[in-house]
Design a protein around this ligand. Structure first.
Ligand code: ADP
Ligand code: MG
Length: 153
């Protein structure tokens, strides 16, 4: 059974780096890449509704494809709340993919530090808010497995 990896972590926690290193063969759906594709900017609040539609459409199309072909998928987004993860888990289960959470447990100060080293920075107060909203993934939500990745300097 193929997996749908659901990345969970605040901005700067290392999700995309983890995927590049450890899941090179999984097809990656990235909200940040969609933002660049659709408006050429890392973030523009005006197109966020379109980004949500695009992500849903991609997941809706690629989850059945992945199940049919035995291909792993990875959803590379912050996914910090249970409410955000629930429809993704549900979609995976409907099509026979195994939903797996990969939780980058990163201290807020480290994420802020890494963010400051990046060319395109997320506003620090936005990272604070993600950290406040973070609900660690649980098996009760429907994940088949949860991989906790402790992030250290
Ligand atoms: N294991 C690591 N060791 C050192 N730096 C890292 C590591 N993982 C990520 N980084 C750096 O931290 C920053 C954020 O990583 P990134 O993968 O883009 O995070 P996210 O996708 O969660 O926002 C990047 O500049 C990246 O190079
Ligand atoms: Mg990323």
């Amino acid at each position: 059974m193929a997996d749908l990896y659901v990345m969970v972590g605040i901005p700067g926690s290392g999700k995309t780096t983890y995927v590049r290193r450890h899941l090179p063969c999984a097809l990656r759906i990235s909200l940040d890449d969609l933002r660049l594709m659709m408006c050429g900017q890392p973030f523009d609040p005006r197109i966020e509704p379109a980004i949500a539609v695009a992500a849903e459409a991609l997941l809706g199309a690629l989850v059945p494809y992945a199940a049919r072909t035995g291909t792993d998928l990875v959803f590379d987004a912050t996914n910090v709340t249970r409410a955000r993860r629930a429809p993704v888990i549900e979609l995976a289960r409907q099509h026979g993919l195994s939903p797996v959470a990969i939780f980058l447990e990163c201290p807020l100060a480290l994420a802020q530090h890494r963010n400051r080293q990046r060319p395109e920075q997320v506003p620090p107060d936005v990272i604070d808010r993600f950290a406040q909203r973070l609900e660690p993934p649980t098996l009760e939500e429907g994940f088949a497995r949860i991989l906790r990745v402790p992030v250290q300097p």
